[in-house]
Design a protein around this ligand. Structure first.
Ligand SMILES: Cc1cc2nc3c(=O)[nH]c(=O)nc-3n(C[C@H](O)[C@H](O)[C@H](O)COP(=O)(O)OP(=O)(O)OC[C@H]3O[C@@H](n4cnc5c(N)ncnc54)[C@H](O)[C@@H]3O)c2cc1C
Length: 385
């Protein structure tokens, strides 16, 4: 079990950076539906978004445990790591499955901040969670792959230079297993947008830059295929375990933020002649949320430990994300409820964080799909779909 104190230096340094971006900054960005460019740039310059890049490529060579601490601290400080967490988990696909040439070409430039790898294009409007049914295709033509299809909810495309793309390279009808015949590519967004790829932003409940993407004969150089053709689903799953664990850490950061805020408030707010926090009807939901956040944290460390040891961690990553998203949502509800009407005022930042943490019941994987994964793959119950 990793020792959380081991990360105190990272926590202190990220907290110090985040202190330069107080609540007012994030509130203003949210109201303007803008991208926190200065904040992400500060994180990049300080090297935090290159944490997972090995030292030989200019990064700090840290593990998922350390990366998760960075994400947790951003959310705990009142920010939203959703603006930049893509770089952390997309890196995993390249790191674990990219060729030496791809890594040598790209990783040092990401580490220096010259390139951003913030986007991953998996979800499609018709397939939804049923990823193996995606309809976007990539067909080899000479030294190029030609991509046609559509994606939806693809985040940070307008603030990234590269995107990891999942496309079908062998038709579903021609593969033995439905998870085969899918491949992963690196798309250079600077070349693709306007030359076979169109981006249509999706305004949404959270201040989260996310988009519909349309591909019409987009050409990608052959060397942009990651790993082996047809094995992309497996590579993406590896990346998704990192993503789920990092988002669990963000939810833990959110949960602690909500609990800190509400605990301070209910001690001070006097109604009926005493602090509202003296009532057990107020205390218990806060205490319950705290217990759930702390329990989720233990599962997050277990997922990190296994991932960093290159051991299977699908169950732990999913369970960590499930527990943490549930805990942060409970904490958000308690925080909003016990602020009474003030919880709805933007200047308290609770309604913003409330919206942000709610997303994690649905994305990047919905709660139902985690339950289904655990039922089938951990408990051995009959496959349901
Ligand atoms: C803000 C935002 C950002 C996102 N960013 C990205 C991104 O960068 N890249 C990317 O690829 N995707 C991204 N996504 C997509 C996200 O991963 C999906 O929305 C999510 O996986 C759910 O898929 P869906 O929306 O197609 O829901 P559907 O698959 O249509 O499911 C809808 C609901 O039905 C339930 N459901 C479906 N099937 C079953 C079943 N068999 N049993 C029980 N319940 C079921 C689900 O739990 C879900 O709640 C993002 C989404 C959002 C909202």
């Amino acid at each position: 079990m990793p020792d959380p104190d081991r990360h105190q230096d990272i926590r202190d340094a990220v907290r110090a950076l985040c202190a330069g971006f107080p609540d007012e900054y994030h509130r203003k960005i949210d109201a303007q539906r803008a991208y926190p460019a200065e904040f992400v740039e500060a994180l990049t310059k300080a090297g935090w978004l290159a944490a997972l890049i090995p030292q030989q490529y200019g990064g700090s060579g840290l593990g998922l445990a350390e990366a998760s601490v960075i994400m947790e601290e951003i959310n705990r400080a009142g920010g939203n790591a959703g603006a930049c967490h893509g770089q952390m988990y997309n890196m995993g696909t390249l790191l674990r499955h990219g060729s030496q040439a791809q890594k040598a070409l790209i990783l040092p430039r990401i580490a220096s901040g010259e390139l951003r790898l913030q986007s991953m294009g998996v979800t499609e409007p018709t397939a939804g969670t049923d990823t193996t049914k995606i309809r976007t295709t990539a067909v080899k033509k000479g030294d190029r792959w030609v991509v046609n299809g559509q994606k939806v909810w693809i985040s940070r495309v307008q603030h990234s230079d590269l995107m990891i793309l999942l496309a079908r390279t062998t038709p579903l009808a021609e593969v033995a297993k439905r998870s085969e015949g899918l491949s992963v590519f690196i798309v250079d967004l600077r070349q693709a947008i306007g030359h076979g790829m169109t981006v249509r932003p999706i305004p949404n409940m959270v201040n989260h830059e996310t988009n519909e993407l349309f591909f019409e004969n987009l050409e990608i150089p052959a060397e942009n295929l990651i790993g082996q053709e047809g094995q992309g689903f497996r590579y993406i799953l590896d990346g998704l375990n990192a993503e789920r664990t990092l988002i669990a850490a963000e939810c833990i950061g959110d949960g602690r933020w909500f609990i800190d805020r509400v605990s301070a408030y209910v001690k001070d707010r006097v109604v009926f002649g005493r602090p509202i926090g003296q009532n057990q009807g107020v205390q218990f939901p806060i205490a319950e949320a705290h217990i759930e956040v702390e329990a989720a944290d233990l599962m997050r460390w277990e997922a990190c430990r296994l991932f960093d040891a290159h051991q299977p961690c699908g169950a732990q990553a999913n369970m960590a994300k499930y527990l943490a998203a549930k805990a942060s949502w409970e904490a958000a509800n308690a925080c909003l409820q016990f602020h009474g009407g003030f919880g709805f005022a933007c200047e308290y930042d609770i309604e913003r964080k409330f919206r942000e943490t709610r997303l994690y019941q649905v994305a990047p994987i919905s709660t139902n799909l985690i339950l289904s994964y655990v039922a089938e793959h951990v408990l051995g119950l009959p496959r349901s779909f």
